[in-house]
Design a protein around this ligand. Structure first.
Ligand code: PEP
Length: 258
């Protein structure tokens, strides 16, 4: 089963409009001579306030090589939800993806599996693709509950999603102890966990649909690590934080995934 790789940059709470424009222009410039079909699907996720400027840059390049993602959303369509952004508001910028369930949102903003499930269903309903993050803490890894914890996160996130829709979601396996720490999860171990995620997806949606799901690894991905990660049977790309904030290193990761 061949799955098109994805390299997604999560810019987190970095970059004002000018900095965002500079970064996306740098990426655009560096990949302009590469054939689109040779590239992985390249995704950037700026802060909400930079969606417009990044969307404009992506649109003027007209090559469809870079796709836009948001880092979060709210699942209700509109109403008295001060400070929240709806999926339609994100869609208005022609974004194709929305990251949900990032460990920073789960831990710092107390997002629950139930909220993540509501977001996943609303994103799919709107015709966008959720990038659903999952991952264990160091404590859970040391207790030996990594696999059961992740299976539970996946089952809860996809509760009530039709099997054919499951095929189109993107999952990011991000061990929390590897995010922003410089400690990358051993590639073979990341692949083992990701195979487990695919087995869980097969139980939920059948093997044929599970085999279509792109599952990314995230956690201190760097230009030096991407080749080995992409060489694994079940790793279909990367969700990149720190190394996506500089065009040079992000583009090296993109090239490493080709
Ligand atoms: C992330 O934020 O999803 C992430 C993986 O960050 P970093 O690459 O910096 O570890």
């Amino acid at each position: 089963m061949s799955r098109r790789p994805i390299i997604a940059g999560n810019w987190k709470m970095h970059n004002n409009r000018e900095e965002s424009k500079k970064l996306v222009c740098g990426i655009k410039e560096a990949i302009k001579d590469i054939d689109k079909d040779a590239l992985p699907e390249v995704v950037v996720a700026p802060v909400f306030t930079s969606l417009g400027v990044v969307a404009d840059e992506i649109a003027t390049c007209g090559c469809g090589k870079i796709k836009l993602s948001a880092q979060n959303c709210y699942y209700e369509a509109k109403g008295a939800f001060t400070g929240e952004i709806s999926i339609d508001m994100i869609k208005d910028f022609d974004a194709k993806f929305i990251i949900i369930g990032h460990s920073e949102r789960r831990q710092i903003f107390s997002e629950t599996d139930e909220m993540i499930n509501k977001k996943a269903k609303a994103i799919i309903e709107a015709g966008l693709t959720p990038i659903i993050c999952c991952g264990e803490t160091l404590e859970q890894r040391e207790l030996g509950v990594t696999d059961s914890h992740i299976a539970s996160q996946i089952v809860k996130a996809l509760d009530g999603v039709a099997p054919t829709d499951v095929a189109n979601v993107v999952i990011a396996y991000e061990p929390i102890w590897a995010i922003g720490t410089g400690k990358t999860c051993d590639s073979a171990e990341a692949n083992r966990v990701i195979k487990g995620i695919r087995a869980t997806l097969a139980q939920i949606a059948g093997k044929e649909n599970a085999d279509k799901v792109r599952i990314l690894y995230g956690g201190s991905v760097k230009p030096e690590t991407i080749k080995e990660q992409m060489a694994q049977s079940d790793i279909d790309g990367a969700l990149v934080g720190g190394a996506s904030l500089k065009a040079d290193s992000f583009v090296e990761i993109i090239k490493g995934a080709m």
